[in-house]
Design a protein around this ligand. Structure first.
Ligand SMILES: Cc1ncc(COP(=O)(O)O)c(C=O)c1O
Length: 501
C-alpha cells in the first residue's frame, strides 16, 4: 500500500530508548515518508539551461508564469529597509507598512476575476490581522490554538496534502475525512454548458459533513472545526456562495469553527472548460454576512492566506491570518506567532509591491491571462491522449485520471491499485518527471495524479514529453506550439515600461 506521510506519523510507535519526546519521534518519522523523496527531487530540479537532465517538478503548487517579470521588479532597486526592520519592526510582531498594505489588499483589490473591489461586510483593519511564516505557519498556529490534541477537524477528500502536516505535527489535531461526491471529469466532445456547481461543492454536501461528524462523535472524537480550501486544492474549483453559507450554518448549528483557506483567491482564470457563472465565481467569506445569513459568530470564522500562490513568491514565507470577531484568538495567534515570525526584508519587498498599485493591477491581469493559456496547453495534451481530467478554473494544477496507465491484473484489490499508483510514480520519476500521486491528497480512487500547469512552458513541455514515454503515448506535446506569453503581453503602465520591466 502507498502510505502517506500522515499514515507514517500516525503509525509511529514511540520508543522509550529515543532521546526525543513522543511528538519529536513522530515528526522525525514523518520526514521518512514521501516528503523526503520530494525534498530529494528539489535538489535535482530541471532547468533548461543549468540542469537539463534534472527532474521536472510538476507535482508542487508553484506559479512560475510571471517569474521573469517578478525578478525584474524585485531586482530593480526595491528593497529600502528602515531602521526598525533591522530589529523587531515598529509593531514588535511585524511592520505597520506591511499591515497597512494588507488592509488595502483585502479592502480594495478585486478577488477572483472580479473587476470591482470586494464588498466586505466589515473593512479589514490592522487589529484583524496576524502575519506569520507562510500559510503553513499560520495553519500550525491556528490549529494549535483551536484544538486540544486529538480533537477533530472536518475536511473533505481529496484535500491539500500539506494539511496533514500543518494540522497534526504540533497541533496534534485529528483530521476527520468527509466523503463528498467526486468532481465530474471533462467531456470535451460536449459543448460548454452554463456552469453548475461541481457535485463536490453543492449545498447537498453538507449531509456528508453531518455523516462524518456524527460518526466521529460516536467514536468519541470531539470535533472543533471545519476546514475548507476555496478555491480548492487539488481540484482547482471554487465553492459557490450558497454552499459556503450552508457550511457556515452547519458550523453554527454544531458549534464549530469555520476555517477558510483562501490562498488561491486571486488565482482564478477564464477557463476554456467552464463558463463563468455565479456557480463558478469566487466569493471571499469576508464578503458574506455569516452572522445574519448563517447565525455563525464572526469570531468563529478564520481566513488564511499568504504571499505564496497568488503572488508567485512561495519563497518569501509570508502568511496572513484574518479574524474579524475575536480579540481572544487574535491575541492567541499573535502570541504563538512570535514562535514563527516572518522576516522583515521579505515583508518589505512584499509591501513595496502591494503599494505599487499599477504593478499590482497589471500583474493580476497578466497572470490570469497566462494561467488561462497554460491551462489550455496542458488540457489540449490531455484531450489528445484521451486522459480524463477535472475541468477547473482556479489554482495552479489539474487533477488527471491515470487509471488506464496502472499495471494491474483483473480484479485487483484497492491495495494493489494503490501499489500500482506508487509504481507508476516510480516509473515517472525514473524518467525525470514528478507528478503528485492522488494518495498524497487522500484521493479515494487510486490512479489520480495532480499536475501543475503554471510553470514555464519549456519545463511543462519537457515534463509532458517525458511522461508520454513512460505512459506509452505517441509524441504529441512537441508537435504543438508552446504558449509564448511575452509576445502578446498586456501593455505595462508607462512608468513601469520605462523601467523596462
Ligand atoms: C491550500 C494551501 N494552503 C496552504 C499552503 C501553504 O502555503 P505557504 O507557502 O504560504 O506556506 C499551500 C501550498 O501549496 C496550499 O496549496
Amino acid at each position: 500500500m502507498q502510505t502517506t506521510d500522515r499514515d507514517i506519523a500516525e503509525q509511529a510507535t514511540t520508543s522509550s530508548s529515543s532521546l526525543l519526546s513522543s511528538r519529536g519521534q513522530k515528526n522525525s518519522k514523518f520526514l521518512s515518508g514521501p516528503i523526503k523523496k520530494v525534498a530529494a527531487v528539489f535538489r535535482d530540479q530541471y532547468d533548461s539551461e543549468l540542469n537539463p537532465n534534472g527532474i521536472v517538478v510538476l507535482g508542487v503548487a508553484d506559479n512560475a508564469l510571471m517569474r521573469g517579470e517578478l525578478l525584474k521588479f524585485f531586482n530593480t532597486d526595491r528593497l529600502h529597509l528602515t531602521g526598525p526592520e533591522l530589529t523587531y519592526g515598529d509593531r514588535f510582531f511585524t511592520s505597520t507598512r506591511l499591515i497597512t498594505a494588507l488592509c488595502k489588499l483585502f479592502n480594495d483589490t478585486p478577488v477572483g476575476l472580479d473587476k470591482e473591489k470586494p464588498k466586505l461586510i466589515k473593512k479589514v483593519t490592522a487589529d484583524d490581522i496576524v502575519v506569520g511564516s507562510g500559510a503553513t505557519g499560520i495553519l500550525d498556529a491556528l490549529f494549535t490554538m483551536l484544538c486540544n490534541p486529538g480533537e477533530g477537524v472536518l475536511l473533505s477528500v481529496p484535500y491539500y496534502n500539506g494539511f496533514d502536516h500543518d494540522l497534526t505535527a504540533r497541533a496534534e489535531a485529528k483530521i476527520v475525512e468527509v466523503y463528498t461526491p467526486l468532481p465530474e471529469v471533462a467531456d470535451p466532445s460536449k459543448p460548454k454548458e452554463p456552469a453548475q456547481p461541481s457535485p463536490s461543492f453543492t449545498v447537498d454536501t453538507v449531509k456528508a459533513y453531518q455523516t462524518s461528524l456524527d460518526k466521529a462523535r460516536e467514536d468519541g472524537t470531539t470535533v472543533k472545526a471545519l476546514l475548507i480550501c476555496n478555491p480548492h486544492n487539488p481540484t482547482g474549483l471554487v465553492y459557490p456562495r450558497e454552499t459556503i453559507v450552508a457550511l457556515a450554518k452547519f458550523a453554527a448549528k454544531e458549534k464549530l469553527h469555520l476555517v477558510v483557506d483562501e490562498i488561491y483567491a486571486r488565482s482564478v482564470f477564464h477557463s476554456a472548460d467552464i463558463s463563468d457563472s455565479s456557480a463558478t465565481r469566487f466569493e471571499t467569506i469576508l464578503s458574506i454576512d455569516v452572522e445574519k445569513e448563517a447565525g455563525l459568530p464572526r469570531g468563529q470564522v478564520h481566513v488564511v492566506t499568504s504571499a505564496s500562490k497568488d503572488f508567485g513568491i512561495n519563497g518569501f514565507r509570508l502568511g496572513v491570518y484574518v479574524n474579524q470577531g475575536s480579540e481572544e484568538i487574535i491575541s492567541a495567534m499573535t502570541s504563538v506567532g512570535i514562535l514563527s515570525q516572518s522576516s522583515a526584508p521579505a515583508g518589505a519587498l512584499w509591501y513595496s509591491w502591494l503599494e505599487d498599485q499599477d504593478f499590482l493591477s497589471w500583474y493580476f491581469a497578466e497572470n490570469h491571462r497566462r494561467m488561462q493559456g497554460a491551462y489550455e496547453y496542458v488540457t489540449k495534451w490531455c484531450r489528445a491522449h484521451k486522459i480524463p481530467y477535472v475541468p477547473s478554473n482556479s489554482g495552479h494544477f489539474l487533477l488527471l485520471d491515470f487509471q488506464q496507465f496502472l499495471k494491474l491484473k483483473d480484479g485487483a484489490s484497492e491495495e494493489k491499485k494503490r501499489e500500482a499508483e506508487g509504481e507508476l510514480l516510480g516509473r515517472l520519476m525514473d524518467k525525470g518527471v514528478f507528478i503528485a500521486p492522488g494518495a498524497s491528497y487522500h484521493h479515494p480512487i487510486p490512479g489520480w495524479f495532480r499536475l501543475t500547469f503554471s510553470l514555464s512552458p519549456v519545463a511543462v513541455k519537457e515534463g509532458l514529453s517525458r511522461a508520454e514515454k513512460v505512459l506509452g503515448l505517441k509524441s504529441y506535446i512537441s508537435t504543438i506550439p508552446m504558449p509564448n506569453f511575452e509576445e502578446s503581453m498586456i501593455q505595462l503602465p508607462e512608468r513601469l515600461a520605462q523601467m523596462q520591466l
